[in-house]
Design a protein around this ligand. Structure first.
Ligand SMILES: Cc1cc2nc3c(=O)[nH]c(=O)nc-3n(C[C@H](O)[C@H](O)[C@H](O)COP(=O)(O)OP(=O)(O)OC[C@H]3O[C@@H](n4cnc5c(N)ncnc54)[C@H](O)[C@@H]3O)c2cc1C
Length: 419
C-alpha cells in the first residue's frame, strides 16, 4: 500500500500498487521522441522502461512525415535501408496552388543528395519499426496500456512514476524519468511546469477522402478564399486538413456540411468531386492548433522532450523532426551519466541548452508564416497570390533553398554519438 499525493487537483487517495519495478531510465510516452530515446539508450546497454498509455500505436491524423534529417539518423543506426522497405510514398517537393499557377517553395533534391525526399509513412508503422528494433536489446521493456498518473517524488527529486493498467496500479522507480508524453503532457502538469503559449490564428479540421493510383504523390496545398487546404498522401487515402480561423468551428458546423463541402471543393481544384465522400460530421476531427514552450525542461530526476517541452504548430510539419532530434541529443548527453547511475541537473540543463535555440528559431519562423501567409489567406476572399519578389527569391540559390533546408533538417543538424 502506498500513500499517494496527487499534484493535478484530483483527490488525494491511497492507491494499491501491484508491483514496483526498477529501471535506470523510465520514458513516459512511446511517440517519436520516447521511442527513439528508448532505442538509443537500450542499444547502449542502459536498462530502460518505456510506458505507453494506449494499447497500440494507431493514431488518427498524426504526423506521418519522416524528414531527411531523420532518415540520416536512421542511416547512422544502420536502419535506413530497412525503414525504407516499409510501404510509403515520397514527397520530393512541396507545392501550393495559386491563381498564377503552382509554386514550389521546397525542392528537397536541392538540399539533400542522399535522401532528397520526405518519407510519408503511417506514424504507427514507424513506431512499431523503432520499438521492434529496441526489443532486440535485453535492457528494453515496453509496457503498453500503461497510463502514467503520478510522479514519485522524494525531497524534490523525481524518483519514477505510478501508472494505471488494466490490472491495477504499478510503479517504476528510475534514476531518470523522461516526459515524452506529447502536447497535453501530464508529466509537464504534474511537475508544475508552466508553458509559455503563443496563439496561432487557426484550427484545422481533419478528414479523409479516397486517393486514386494516378493522383499526384506527396502533398497538395491551396491557400485563399478565407481558408487553407492541405492534402497529405496516405497511399490509398488523402488526409485532408482544412485550415479555419481559430474558434470558428461552431459557425462552420452551424452552416452545415453542404456549405463546408462547397467551400472545400472551391479550393481543391485537382479533384473537387472527391469531397462528396465527406458525408457526416463524425468523419471530421478538429485540431486546436497550439504553440508553446516550457521555460525550463528539467528538474532533479526529470526531463521533458518533444512536444511535452515544446508544442509545435503544424506549419512546415517539423514536430516529429524536432521531437526526434531532442531524443538524439538527450541520449548523446546523458548516456555516460545514466551508466554511472547519477544524472545531475547540469547534464539535464545541457540537453535544454542544445535544443532550446533551434526550437525558439523554428517557432519564431512558424509564427511569421502564420502571421504573414496564413492569416492573410484566412482574411482574403480570393485565392492567395504570391508577391513577385517572393517568387523571385525562391529561385535565388541558397535563399530559395532555405524553406526546403529548414523543413528537411531543422535549424541545427544533430548526429548520434557512436561511442
Ligand atoms: C493532427 C496533427 C498532425 C500533425 N502533422 C505533423 C506532420 O505532418 N509532420 C510533423 O513532423 N509533425 C506533425 N504533427 C506534430 C507531431 O505529431 C508531433 O510534434 C510529434 O508527434 C511529437 O512527438 P512526441 O514523441 O513528442 O509526442 P507524441 O507523438 O504526442 O507522443 C506522445 C505519446 O505519449 C503517450 N502518452 C500521453 N500521455 C501519457 C501518459 N500519461 N502515460 C503514458 N503515455 C502517455 C501518447 O499516447 C503518445 O503515444 C502533427 C500533430 C497533430 C496533432
Amino acid at each position: 500500500m502506498s500513500d499517494s499525493k496527487r499534484k493535478d487537483g484530483v483527490q488525494d487517495k491511497a492507491v494499491k500498487v501491484v508491483d514496483s519495478i526498477q529501471a535506470t531510465c523510465c520514458v513516459v510516452g512511446a511517440g517519436p521522441s520516447g521511442s527513439i530515446l528508448s532505442l538509443l539508450l537500450a542499444r547502449r546497454g542502459i536498462p530502460i522502461t518505456l510506458l505507453e498509455a494506449h494499447d497500440d500505436f494507431d493514431r488518427d491524423f498524426r504526423g506521418d512525415t519522416i524528414h531527411p534529417s531523420v532518415l540520416h539518423l536512421m542511416d547512422e543506426l544502420g536502419l535506413a535501408e530497412r525503414l525504407l522497405k516499409l510501404r510509403h510514398s515520397r514527397l520530393h517537393m512541396a507545392t501550393i496552388s495559386t491563381p498564377d499557377g503552382p509554386i514550389t517553395f521546397a525542392d528537397f533534391s536541392r538540399v539533400d543528395k542522399k535522401f532528397p525526399f520526405i518519407m510519408m509513412v503511417p506514424q504507427a508503422h514507424f513506431l512499431e519499426f523503432i520499438t521492434n528494433e529496441a526489443k532486440q536489446y535485453p535492457g528494453f521493456r515496453l509496457l503498453m496500456g500503461a497510463s502514467v498518473q503520478e510522479l514519485i517524488e522524494d525531497d524534490g527529486i523525481v524518483r519514477g512514476v505510478r501508472y494505471r493498467a488494466d490490472d491495477g496500479w504499478h510503479e517504476v522507480r528510475a534514476t531518470l524519468t523522461v516526459g515524452a508524453d506529447g502536447r497535453s503532457s501530464r508529466i509537464r502538469r504534474l511537475a508544475e511546469f508552466e508553458p509559455i503559449k503563443t496563439s496561432p490564428p487557426m484550427d484545422i479540421l481533419w478528414f479523409r477522402i479516397p486517393r486514386k493510383p494516378d493522383d499526384p504523390e506527396g502533398v497538395l496545398g491551396y491557400l485563399g478564399r478565407g481558408h487553407g487546404l492541405v492534402l497529405l498522401d496516405r497511399l490509398t487515402e488523402w488526409q485532408v486538413g482544412f485550415i479555419i480561423i481559430k474558434g470558428s468551428y461552431s459557425q462552420i458546423r452551424a452552416a452545415g456540411l453542404e456549405a463546408l463541402r462547397k467551400e472545400i471543393a472551391g479550393l481543391m481544384t485537382a479533384f473537387p468531386d472527391r469531397i462528396e465522400h465527406l458525408q457526416d460530421w463524425k468523419q471530421v476531427s478538429i485540431l486546436s492548433v497550439e504553440s508553446s514552450r516550457v521555460p525550463t525542461w528539467y528538474k532533479p530526476g526529470l526531463l521533458l522532450i518533444g512536444d511535452a517541452a515544446h508544442v509545435m504548430s503544424p506549419v512546415g510539419g517539423v514536430g516529429i523532426n524536432y521531437a526526434i532530434q531532442d531524443a538524439v541529443v538527450a541520449a548523446n548527453v546523458l548516456t555516460e551519466s545514466l551508466k554511472a547511475g547519477q544524472v545531475t541537473t547540469d547534464a539535464l540543463a545541457e540537453v535544454q541548452k542544445q535544443r532550446e535555440l533551434p526550437t525558439k528559431v523554428i517557432q519564431w519562423l512558424q509564427a511569421q508564416g502564420q502571421k504573414r501567409v496564413i492569416t492573410a489567406a484566412l482574411r482574403s476572399n480570393q485565392p492567395l497570390s504570391v508577391p513577385w519578389f517572393v517568387r523571385l527569391l525562391l529561385h535565388v540559390p541558397f535563399i530559395g533553398d532555405l524553406p526546403a533546408r529548414l523543413i528537411a533538417h531543422g535549424v541545427k543538424t544533430v548526429h548520434i554519438n557512436q561511442s
